[in-house]
Design a protein around this ligand. Structure first.
Ligand code: ASP
Ligand code: MG
Length: 407
């Protein structure tokens, strides 16, 4: 039994016409495969449910997850109805009916196990099984959500559990691009990208795939493809690094405006200070990304600058203000008008001068760098948010991504 997992995002099921289009895409595949479809909620639905939760002001719990996952219940049943009307026998399934078992961390639950018995039984009886993404059932038997964008992770996890031939992620763009095509129309589609590069892109701001889904796909070597449900064209295939014949020095540029910068001034320049500051934050599960420390001219005190996600900057500031005596600093400020811009590419590992080119391009455009962080395959800089578009467009041009033919 050859299994294909097809996942459709919110814009692909935004209204009944789009859902009919999805049904016709499935129609092209179901004769060759046993098809498991994974769906998101109709576009905008989850956002609206989140607004209701915010208005009640309730912390993540079984109740909030019951609300936030409800959009998927509607989309899977609607698609199933439309497929049945086309004489494609289908059955919708919610997370608990499979079951997709998760831990109890509501709002961002992790999948622990997927039992394949029910799905397999359904696949014998039906042509297509339509599974609600983004949801599972917790160890204590409550509905749990997998975090925003989580239906990608549902799809990949199901592909792994059922040993699917391929996992196709249908979205509203034609694949992964060298830069956000909505910002720069010289963006080029990447035919093949390594898991590592995609992982960096996802975690650095490209919202095409949920980061956890890429991690899972990489660990389990899932044949993952990103393609459009609107335009019929080849998408982007995720592959192992070794399969990339010619490694691009830079494959893509991404950005995130969801970063905030915190600067603590006048901390004593002595051992243990970083451990104290970042210890306070990590104890409270706050992720710190870029870090810069500079010694002040007196050589006695230092300034510490680092970034956190914008939705956590309030809590972080609160914690650090409460610890003023313990850390023994003079002042603290935060700034959310910053953005992180990153260049990503496998070929960077073996090529020198990549960072220099990035810094020079920004300098030529009079864009100041506030912080830098690097890994083997990416360089990120923090800049003032208002320069984001200028920075990514000029970098895209500088690395000649727009007129290079990628294989
Ligand atoms: N509907 C959920 C969300 O909007 C899950 C998803 O679309 O992946 O985050
Ligand atoms: Mg998504």
């Amino acid at each position: 039994m050859k299994i294909l997992v097809m996942k459709f995002g919110g814009t692909s099921v935004a209204d009944l016409d789009r859902i009919r289009k999805v049904a016709s895409i499935i129609e092209n595949e179901y004769k060759n495969f046993k098809v498991i479809v994974v769906l998101s909620a109709m576009a905008g639905v989850t956002d609206n449910l989140q607004k209701l939760i915010d208005e009640v002001n309730y912390t993540n719990s079984p109740e909030t997850d019951m609300v936030i996952t409800s959009g998927e219940q509607v989309s899977v049943a609607l698609l199933s109805m439309i497929l049945n009307k086309k004489n494609i026998k289908s059955n919708p399934m919610l997370g608990w009916q499979i079951p997709i078992i998760t831990d109890n961390s509501y709002g961002k639950a992790k999948i622990l196990n997927i039992l394949d018995k029910e799905i397999k039984k359904n696949l014998k009886e039906f042509d297509v099984v339509v599974v609600a993404g983004f949801q599972g059932i917790s160890l204590e038997g409550k509905i749990a959500s997998l975090g925003r964008g989580g239906s990608d992770t549902s799809a990949v996890a199901i592909a792994i559990a059922l040993k699917a031939k391929r996992c196709d992620i249908y979205t509203d763009v034609e694949g992964v691009y060298s830069i956000d095509p909505k910002i720069d129309n010289s963006a080029i589609k990447i035919d093949k990208i390594s898991y590592e590069e995609m992982l960096e892109m996802s975690s650095l701001g490209s919202r095409i795939l949920q980061t956890r889904s890429v991690e899972l796909a990489m660990k389990n070597n899932v044949n993952l493809q990103v393609l459009s449900s609107i335009v019929n064209s080849k998408g982007t295939m995720l592959v192992n690094e070794e399969k990339l014949i010619e490694k691009e020095i830079i494959s893509g540029i991404s950005y995130s405006k969801n970063e905030s910068k915190i600067t603590i001034s006048g901390v004593p320049d002595q051992p243990g200070i970083s451990a104290t500051i970042f210890g306070i934050l990590s104890k409270n599960n706050i992720n710190v990304d870029m870090i810069v420390q500079n010694i002040s001219q007196d050589g006695i005190s230092a300034n510490m600058t680092f970034t956190v996600q914008s939705n956590e900057v309030g809590i972080a500031m609160n914690l650090l203000e409460k610890s003023k005596l313990e850390i023994n600093y003079k002042s603290i400020t935060s700034d959310s008008n910053v953005a992180k811009v990153s260049v990503i590419g496998m070929g960077m590992k073996s090529q020198s001068g990549v960072a220099q080119k990035m810094f020079q391009t920004l300098a030529d455009n009079k864009i100041n760098i506030l912080a830098i962080s690097t890994s083997e395959i990416k360089i990120s800089v923090l800049i003032e948010q208002k320069y984001t578009e200028k920075a990514i467009k000029s970098l895209h041009k500088e690395y000649k991504l727009s007129n290079k033919i990628l294989n």
